[in-house]
Every structure is written in structure tokens, then in C-alpha cells.
Design a protein around this ligand. Structure first.
Ligand code: CU
Length: 184
């Protein structure tokens, strides 16, 4: 029984070390890779990029990944690229918040759709697990009325409730993983 408990503790510790560094590597274009005649605007829509994530461009020879300015992105100008790579597998770490612009530097390819703009948000430190419902309180425009005190209290209560659910999820996952280990 002692080893059983120790196992759970070990599994929990391992999970706790993994969970805060949930960096995602996004393969640009998914299985299509970095190609012409693909809609990368559709590919980015619905995705949330945060600091710590990275982009992986996979492509055949005859293409490149050039990071460019916003205006060069709009006009498909490759001459002033901030960085350029044509290795066939380019990984771009998203280290800072803001919008990054990438095009293929080969003449005509950017115009044929090989351009992607990615907006990187600051990494969230409070909610490591995805899927928590609307905790976005920063968009409240004006807070001048004294009634906001009540609102703040309510939102604090609800946020502590939403923080609990990832922990429960992690515990459940740990338990499930450990059960598998024991049974195997
Ligand atoms: Cu190209």
C-alpha cells in the first residue's frame, strides 16, 4: 500500500511539472504543410497562440519561410525579410506577444497563398488547462459605479470554481493513468 501511495504522489508530481509548460507546437497547414494554394487564414482562425508555443513549417525544396513586416506581408515583399530559412523544416518559437508575419520568399508563392499571420497572446499563468468557460473579465469597459464591488466578489467566487475543475481533471487523469499502470 505504501508503494501504491508513493506511485500516486510520483504521478502527481510528474503531472504538476508537465502541466504549466503546456506549450503547443502548431504544424502550419497541418498535414498539408507549407504549400501554395492553401488558405492559412482559415488555418489560424479558431486557434489561440500564446507565448511559448511554436510554429513548425514543413515544406518541400523550392520554398522558404521568411518573417516579414506587416506591410511586406500585405504586399508580398520578400526583400526585407527579418529572417529566412529554406531548410524544409522551420520551427519558429513564439517568444513574445504580438503579431508575426511569414511568407514564402519564392516569387509568386506569397501571392498564391503562402502567407500566414499569427497573433501571439501573453501566456496565461492562472489557467493552465484549456476549456475553462468565459473567465475573460478584462473586457469590462467602465467600472465606476459602487456596484462593481459586488461584481468583483461574484467573479472571484466563480473563478475559484473554474480553477477547481482543472485540478479535478488532473486528479482524474492521474488516477486513470495510474490504474492503467497497475493493471498492465
Ligand atoms: Cu513557396
Amino acid at each position: 500500500m505504501a508503494s501504491y501511495t508513493a506511485g500516486i504522489v510520483c504521478a502527481l508530481l510528474a503531472l504538476c511539472m508537465v502541466v504549466p509548460s503546456l506549450a503547443t507546437v502548431y504544424t502550419v497547414g497541418d498535414t498539408n504543410g507549407w504549400v501554395t494554394n492553401y488558405d492559412y487564414t482559415s488555418w489560424t482562425s479558431g486557434k489561440t497562440f500564446v507565448v511559448g508555443d511554436s510554429l513548425a513549417f514543413n515544406y518541400a525544396s523550392g520554398h522558404s519561410v521568411d518573417e516579414v513586416s506587416s506591410s511586406d506581408y500585405s504586399t508580398c515583399t520578400a526583400g526585407n525579410s527579418l529572417s529566412s530559412d529554406s531548410s524544409g523544416a522551420t520551427t519558429i518559437p513564439l517568444k513574445t506577444a504580438g503579431t508575426r508575419y511569414f511568407i514564402c520568399g519564392v516569387v509568386g508563392h506569397c501571392g498564391s497563398g503562402m502567407k500566414v499571420a499569427v497573433t501571439v497572446a501573453k501566456a496565461s499563468t492562472t489557467t493552465p488547462a484549456a476549456g475553462t468557460p468565459s473567465t475573460n473579465t478584462s473586457t469590462t469597459p467602465t467600472t465606476t459605479t459602487p456596484a462593481t464591488t459586488t461584481t468583483t466578489t461574484t467573479s472571484t467566487n466563480s473563478s475559484s470554481g473554474t480553477i477547481l475543475s482543472p485540478i479535478v481533471a488532473v486528479l482524474a487523469m492521474t488516477w486513470f493513468a495510474f490504474s492503467l499502470l497497475v493493471l498492465s
